[in-house]
Design a protein around this ligand. Structure first.
Ligand SMILES: Nc1ncnc2c1ncn2[C@@H]1O[C@H](COP(=O)(O)OP(=O)(O)OP(=O)(O)O)[C@@H](O)[C@H]1O
Length: 288
């Protein structure tokens, strides 16, 4: 692993990145700049998050625009190979070999990444599986593990070798609350060494973990900033009442006889402190 990459200020940049499926622009002229830490990608179903992450992981080629990963250009075959060596990717629906054990699966991925030192692979594989709470499942066939355990095997495979850049598509899917919280520590550890870019639907995760948030909607990045700034976007614009409110852009029931609203509060409205959820709901509605 080179030390220069650790000091690359712009780890991921994209300019007018576009991917079309027929008439649909799943990723629509996206500009992006990721410099470090843990970056959360939020957005509604179908916003284009997975498509964007697949492009960044070099699994999918864009139709237009350019991207630079770790200072390298994925269009060049040799640089694409170098990116893949230095990047860890968790797809949305990871494919694992059910007949392998977690130990064999993660070791296999390490071999594909050209880690030739067997003793190193053995140690790193065990460490990764143990960090993800699979210490006692290493020798079981993957097909006999639960969905959440299989997700953690796929995470261990993505993390093997402490990649400089981790691209994780909904990493907490299927994890129970205890494992979700444990994953936060693991990702915080990864971010001390490199950069983590993850997609999620969980705003609490973003608030707890991420230094930067990107909100995507209809193929575009419609907002970016810190989690506190996302909550701040709705500050003074969230109120509660018992009735529907015509000036609200979003309203939802929070309990018997109580509704929460985001939008333009009427005079005398009972304002409440804004959360990351409120900010997210506001910026995705305002982007339309
Ligand atoms: N291979 C494909 N062929 C055709 N359309 C596709 C393909 N992959 C994605 N799409 C479409 O592109 C859009 C973006 O999909 P994508 O999976 O990137 O969204 P997402 O933000 O990850 O959604 P989710 O939160 O539901 O996972 C959707 O309208 C989807 O139907």
């Amino acid at each position: 692993m080179t030390t220069t990459a650790r000091h690359t200020t712009q780890l991921v940049t994209a300019s007018r990145l576009t991917k079309r499926f027929g008439p649909l622009a799943a990723v629509d002229e996206v500009d992006l700049s990721v410099t470090g830490g843990i970056v959360g990608l939020l957005g509604p179903n179908g916003a284009g998050k997975t498509t964007l992450l697949r492009i960044l992981a070099t699994v999918l080629a864009p139709d237009a625009g350019s991207v630079s990963m770790l200072g390298l250009d994925p269009v060049s075959p040799s640089q694409r190979t170098e990116i893949r060596r230095r990047l860890g990717y968790l797809p949305q629906a990871p494919k694992l070999y059910g007949g392998f054990t977690p130990l064999e699966m993660v070791d296999y991925v390490a071999v594909l990444k050209e880690h030739t030192d067997r003793a190193w692979r053995r140690r790193e594989t065990r460490d990764a599986l143990e960090a993800l709470g699979l210490g006692d499942k290493m020798h079981r066939r993957i097909r006999t593990l639960s969905g959440g355990m299989q997700q953690r095997v796929a995470l261990a495979a993505a993390m093997i070798g402490s990649p400089e850049l981790l691209v994780l598509d909904e990493p907490a899917t299927g994890l129970d609350p205890e494992q979700r919280i444990a994953l936060r520590s693991v990702l915080a550890g990864s971010a001390r060494e490199g950069t983590v870019l993850l997609s999620t639907h969980n705003t609490a995760e973003v608030a707890a973990l991420c230094q930067q948030v990107l909100v995507m909607d209809r193929g575009r990045i419609c907002w970016s900033g810190t989690p506190a700034e996302l909550a701040g976007a709705a500050q003074g614009r969230v109120w509660e009442s018992e009735s529907e409110e015509p000036t609200a852009v979003r309203s939802w029931v929070t309990g018997p006889g109580n509704r929460r609203h985001v939008g333009d509060p009427p005079a005398g409205a009972a304002l409440v402190p804004a959360t990351v959820d409120d900010g997210y709901l506001l910026v995705t509605r305002l982007s339309r």
